[in-house]
Write a protein that binds this ligand. Sequence first.
Ligand code: PBG
Length: 333
Amino acid sequence: MPAPFAPYPLSRPRRLRRTPWMRNLVQETTLSVSDLIWPLFVREGQNELEPVASMPGVARRSVDLIPDAAAEAAALGIPVIALFPYTEPARKSPGCEEAWNPENLVNQATRAVRAAGIEIGIMLDVALDPYNSLGHDGIVRDGVVLNDESLIGLEKQALAHAEAGADILGPSDMMDGRIAHLRRALEREGYQDTAIMSYAAKYASAFYGPFRDAVGASGALVGDKKTYQMDPANSDEALREVAQDIAEGADMVMVKPGMPYLDICTRVKRELGAPTYAYQVSGEYAMIQAAAQNGWIDGDKAMMESLAGFKRAGCDGILSYFSLDVAKRLKAG
Ligand code: PBG
């Protein structure tokens, strides 16, 4: 018996949502383990696994525990880990010298993963903030974050990281001209194969709060980062930043933060066509975890949905604190 109302819809989109197999058949984008970059925080000491209060599920690991974490990621098929240091205040200075110390935490951790023979990419951030007693990504003088002077420090840091064995450098400092400067230095010193994933469109965001906590930079930061990180209101400017970084030699580009900036991800991918990644930052992670802990959302589902959104927006991959959990979920099917 036909339904008593007419005319019947000629198009019924629900036909394609009726069963799991049909939904799979018509699915437009897929999240895969090979899309993931997993960040790890490194601290001093031996056998230390110290939870980060503002990032439930995330810990700072001492160097000796990093190879095991890397091996777990590699076994799940995660292609890259990103290492960030929690630098003791005594090692910070206005000159940021610890950034190019061959024995700094991320250099040690990189060599430890290499020595363990683990097949996984290692990405290291290039920015001075974890080492700066003033908390800024560049060198500060008279309250101003100096551009060209900072490039000199960033170059030393990049070369020390390349020497330690980093496969990918992630300049996240937003100084002008840094990509060209670093690329030239890497070529000159024989690091032709060290890739650059530029944090090309990086916004002055409130969502970095828990990260600054995790690396111990929140107390240190004097002022804000608005003279180098971008205004959240801008979109064309992001395109100019990314285009410039590609012209200067970036192999891959990053948009950061992630979820509030999916429109930027889409524009960058569509208009410039470079390998494009999003950084689902600490505050985004913390929001989902906090709501889940309160029982206000289903944390697992929200995690998977948030990462699917990056693929739908056009990203080639995502740097996310959820990466290990996502990889496990994907493996479980
Ligand atoms: C530092 C850096 C930051 C993040 C990654 N690299 C913080 C900042 O710019 O203040 C933030 C990552 C996150 O919030 O997860 N240059």
